[in-house]
Design a protein around this ligand. Sequence first.
Ligand code: FES
Ligand code: FES
Length: 203
Amino acid sequence: MSPPGRWSRRRFLVRAVLPAIAAGIGTTVPRRIVAADVHAITVVSARGPAPVPVTLSVNGQLHRLSIEPRVTLLDALRERLGLTGSKKGCDQGQCGACTVLVDDRRVNACLTLAIAVEGKQITTVEGLARGDVLHPVQQAFIDHDAFQCGYCTPGQICSAVGLLHERRPLDEGSVREFMSGNICRCGAYTNIVAAVRSAGGAA
Ligand code: FES
Ligand code: FES
């Protein structure tokens, strides 16, 4: 019970969030759906800032961790699980070196909280090969000499796997566009594009 004159958290959410939800999804939505959304918001309880148990499914293996909710997926992978294939370039979503797949969608692991991908399937560059058999994208990068220093390469490869899964067009311009979030400071773009097109069967 809130003191007179003070708003409870629930009352605030109902007053502040309900109109926003209604505006966002249109006025023709039945009222009971809007009310259900507000209820869903109000029952979520905060976790942290102390470490909390988080289970991550990475490359087909479950890992139980105790991490602060603020820990990014990239730091969890590299510093807790020892999966250092995903690289930290900018740590602010600009270079793509940290690209991994979450439920087959490419994401920047430096911008993703580990706790937010609990229950999802995470694939890093370490999880692409099947034993000694490289993923076709990995093989294409070798065949086309699509790297120099190699720092961006794990992110480029994961991004390319995601691109092929998205069934994007594979003409040169489209590949450049859909790989544009992955920066290569060595400038190996020509060979990277050739590798991606080759892996997709377009060249
Ligand atoms: S390290 Fe994540 S985008 Fe650069
Ligand atoms: S191969 Fe060096 S940054 Fe891409």
